[in-house]
Design a binder for this molecule. Structure first.
Ligand SMILES: [Zn+2]
Length: 931
């Protein structure tokens, strides 16, 4: 029911104090004098508070407000007090975001589903590629058949040449800002910087042709390379519904992925002389052409990933004959490339409940150590793979691979979960990799749709974490001696869940990564959290729970989630952590699991193998959940507001029954309990004039005069009043219900539901959640009435930490003091006193003149400095996401075993620290991007 604006009008008359109680006032215009009924009383609180001020003779109920329990100092003037009558909170946090979203139409509907004329382009690939393992280069021939499903005639197309990012003159490298060079830099950082300046990277194109799809060899096609993209001018316009074929011959040098941050590359193993190749962005890929942006013309600068068309792939990979190749798709010629025993073992996988080896650790060891005759001879094998309806293709090759596999049931199909890793990854990988894949397929499938492909592969190599259709690259390994920290173990499980999970977002729900990172990373990190929690109880998830995002939300240097990928600040928190947390809150607190899960699944199914935009996500969620969530998207995705809701004051009102004797008694009690003022007390000593000067006392000075005394006439009037009421009204007067008015203040700006725990004097408690719409007319402060027969003794906002409230100190009434602990320590003598050191050193030198002891003091000083520096540089390294050698990480993280929560850094965290490092311009050393 609407609340009428009576109160402000009355308040302007000077009735209401800023944060105090309602005071008596004589300004009472012609208010209605109709009898009140309970429903009116409950629903029209503000009006009733105004009526409080009326004498009972007006036949209404009066309230006595006798406790004012606001605890905060008056820090601001309330809206009602301003002389300008306009509402001070002009920002409408519930204003529809429809005007920010693209107009729905035939391609994308207002409900968030693909429209009746939805279209997307298609690109099928036929690629022959040869790996030169000696030279660490690739030579390829790529035939792309491009289908124009758009209603537009195209006179040119754009192709992505992502390897060009590694050219020394690429926009990515030239636009990188200077790293911090002060202090200590790891060798690897400087090596990275130098390598980037000299590496002969980027595509070398041997030929670019165009022809009809059935034409074996097309004609040379005019083309122009613009950084990481190439425009091919078509010989004649490509009409809607037509197809054409491009042929591109190329070669390029593979990056050292341990040195240059990349999403693929090689890793060299000094001890046995072998490499692991993880090959990605390795062929010219069609740029996406869409209904909402035409050609996706954002260049590849490093952060914004890939916007790709779906299609079918036939890929022939020629590699040294003794290498094992893993790839997107299914292997078409196992008999030609696999050993007989491997084929045999593969055929026995079905029905086994645990992963089993196809290539055992011993066989891998043997393969990597023997001086292979085959490779000496330059003998090669060609592995043929086929993949349908994928947006990309990646592969890996090495002599070092152990290979295990397990069949995972998905619906009525069986998916092969497989892992490839060197002996260096053991024993961690055979225990956890394939099991993590299986968990991911099960959990993600439940929240979205059944995993549609036949294989799901995890490969260990130089790339910390990167996803491709059916295959992903994951980096964590145990230490050299085979032991590992808790962080490494859970880091591995998390990164595999995350990267396998990317099959769903964005490999199948094919969002525009180059523009919107959150659409795949955020949704994926959210599901990663759900999957992690199904691995084991108290899994140390780094992202997902509301509390984990609080430090970021509290901090500065932010941009909204709805920020283009390459302009994002604090990449991981912005695009992984915040959207994942927002969705978790939407699920747990705003919509509830049932409605959220239905809507989320609906979105995933609608856009499976299609390309959604943010609007399609927002609209689908609202449409399927049956709730307007514009306030939510506005707050969490379009703003940098944070959640901080405070209890400002609590007022208690009770019904005044109007009985004059009761009122007298109340006054008497108040006088009795009220402390005498200081001047009253001191004035007691005064000799008063009427006491010594006769004739000054009169009626009013008589001892039996009491101005508050109840007269018989008062009682009669009251009785008369009671008789005029009906039974229901009289019962209402007898009620002892307490009317608590709690004022909430929104300090953070983000409007949210208010989860509130109410503690009563009888030791019971109640949990209520006030819906976010409570803020719809005033997003800065609201009052809520709680009616109860019991006494409220304590209130707490967000006791179960579900809304990411950044300041808990104002969440309690009465205020709760949380002690902050501080350490006491003894300052080490001479820590930063080089003069004392010099004096001591001189003394020592004098004493042991024979020896060169005077160096010791300096050495001590250096050692101290080193320890300090090593601590801070370790912290920096973690921040930068640089991969440490196993030895380094052992040294770096001595406390970690004792502090498992802080240690179990999630894959997402590591990813984003890497990306953040990139954004901050710090040389990434050996860690590649993970996304
Ligand atoms: Zn990711």
């Amino acid at each position: 029911m609407e609340i009428e604006p009576e109160l402000p009008a009355i308040v302007e008359g000077g009735v209401k104090g800023s944060r105090g109680t309602v005071r008596e006032s004589s300004i009472y215009p012609s208010l209605p004098t109709t009898p009140c009924f309970l429903d009116i009383l409950l629903l029209r609180l503000t009006m009733m508070l105004a009526l409080t001020l009326l004498p009972w003779r007006c036949f209404v109920i009066r309230f006595v407000s006798f406790v004012v329990v606001g605890w905060m100092a008056v820090v601001s003037v309330s809206a009602q007090q301003l002389s300008n009558p306009k509402h001070v909170d002009s920002a409408d946090k519930f204003h529809t975001i429809q005007s920010w979203l693209p107009t729905p139409g035939v391609y994308r509907t207002a409900s968030g589903a693909p429209g009746p004329m939805y279209w997307q382009q298609r690109a099928d690939y036929d690629i022959d590629v040869t790996l030169d393992a000696e030279q660490r280069s690739l030579t390829g021939n790529c035939r792309i058949t491009y289908h124009n499903h758009s209603p537009h005639t195209l006179s040119y197309v754009w192709v992505q040449l992502d390897q060009n990012r590694f050219r020394t003159d690429s926009a990515a490298i030239m636009s990188r800002t200077a790293p911090s060079l002060t202090g200590r830099s790891p060798f690897s950082s400087i090596q990275t910087l130098l390598t980037e300046q000299t590496f002969d990277g980027g595509y070398k194109l041997d030929s670019v042709t165009q022809g009809a799809p059935d034409q074996e060899q097309g004609d040379p096609a005019p083309h122009l390379i613009v950084d990481t993209m190439m425009r091919i001018d078509l010989s004649e316009p490509l009409e809607p519904g037509e197809s054409t074929t491009f042929g591109i011959g190329y070669h390029y040098n593979i990056v050292d992925a341990k040195l240059i941050r990349a999403r693929g590359g090689y890793e060299h193993f000094e001890e046995d002389g072998n490499d692991i190749f993880e090959i990605a962005q390795w062929y010219p890929r069609m740029t996406a052409y869409t209904d909402y942006t035409g050609w996706q013309h954002n260049q590849f600068l490093g952060s914004g990933e890939f916007t790709l068309e779906l299609g079918d792939y036939h890929v022939d990979i020629t590699a040294p004959a003794d290498m094992v190749v893993a790839a997107t798709g299914t292997l078409s010629n196992p008999q030609e490339v696999l050993k007989e025993e491997w084929v045999e073992r593969l055929s026995k996988i079905a029905g086994k409940k645990k992963p089993s080896f196809i290539i055992t650790p011993e066989e891998a060891k043997e393969n990597e150590s023997k001086e292979s005759d085959e490779s000496d001879d330059g003998e090669t094998k060609t592995w043929s793979f086929a993949a349908e309806n994928v947006r990309d293709f990646a592969w890996a090759a090495s002599r070092k691979f152990i290979w295990d596999a397990m069949a995972v049931k998905v619906g009525d199909r069986s998916v092969m979960a497989m892992s490839y890793y060197p002996n260096e990854a053991e024993p961690l990988w055979s225990q956890y990799s394939t099991e993590s894949i299986a968990l991911t397929l099960e959990v993600y499938g439940r929240y979205t749709f059944d995993y549609p492909y036949d294989v799901a592969i995890s490969v260990n190599g130089p790339v910390y974490g990167m996803e491709y259709p059916m295959i992903c690259f994951n980096g964590p390994r145990p230490d050299d001696d085979g032991t590992y920290s808790k962080a490494t173990k859970y880091g591995l499980i998390s990164v595999i869940i995350h990267e396998v999970g990317h099959n769903f977002f964005p490999m199948i729900v094919n969002s525009d990564e180059r523009q919107w990172t959150w659409m795949d990373e955020g949704l994926n990190t959210f599901l990663q959290y759900l999957a992690e929690q199904e691995w084991e109880e108290d899994y140390p998830s780094g992202r997902g729970p509301a509390e984990k995002i609080v430090p970021y939300m509290r901090g500065g240097n932010q941009r909204p989630i709805m920020t283009g990928s390459d302009q994002i600040l604090q990449f991981g928190n912005n695009a992984y952590g915040k959207p994942a947390t927002a969705l978790n809150i939407l699920r747990e607190t705003v919509l509830g699991r049932e409605r959220f899960d239905f809507a989320f699944r609906e979105y995933a199914r609608r856009w499976k193998f299609k390309r959604p935009t943010p609007a399609d996500f927002f609209r689908s969620m609202e449409d399927a959940a049956g709730t307007n969530l514009d306030w939510f998207w506005r707050g969490w995705f379009y703003s940098t507001d944070h959640v901080d809701i405070a209890i400002d004051s609590v007022e208690l009102f009770v019904i005044d029954n109007g009985d004059p004797d009761d009122e007298f008694e109340r006054k008497r009690r108040k006088e009795e309990t009220e402390e005498i003022t200081l001047d009253e007390e001191r004035n007691r000593e005064l000799r008063r004039r009427i006491d010594w000067q006769p004739g000054l006392k009169d009626f009013y000075n008589a001892p039996d005069y009491d101005e508050d005394k109840v007269e018989e006439s008062d009682r009669k009037a009251y009785q008369k009043h009671l008789e005029s009421l009906d039974e229901e009204q009289r019962a209402l007067l007898r009620r002892t219900t307490k009317f608590y008015v709690v004022k909430f203040v929104n300090e953070g700006g983000l409007v949210m539901p208010i989860p509130l725990r109410i503690h009563y004097a009888d030791n019971t408690q109640e949990h209520v959640v006030l819906p976010p719409e409570i803020w719809r007319r005033n997003s800065k402060e609201v009052k809520k009435l709680f009616l109860t027969e019991k006494e409220i003794v304590r209130l707490e906002i967000d006791p179960r930490k579900e809304i990411a409230d950044t300041d808990k100190s104002n969440n309690h009434w009465p205020p709760k003091l949380e002690p902050t602990r501080f350490d006491l320590y003894k300052r080490k003598k001479g820590d930063s006193n080089p003069m004392r050191k010099a004096v001591e050193a001189a003394k020592k030198a004098e004493k042991d003149a024979d020896q060169e002891d005077d160096k010791d003091a300096d050495e001590d000083a250096d050692k101290d400095a080193d320890e300090e520096a090593s601590e801070s540089s370790d912290a920096d390294e973690q921040q930068d996401g640089k991969e440490k050698s196993p030895k380094e990480s052992k040294k770096a993280d001595p406390k970690s075993e004792d502090a498992p929560k802080s240690k179990g850094k999630s894959a997402g965290q590591q990813e984003d620290s890497k990306k953040d490092a990139k954004k901050s311009g710090k040389p990434p050393a050996s860690k590649e991007d993970d996304q």
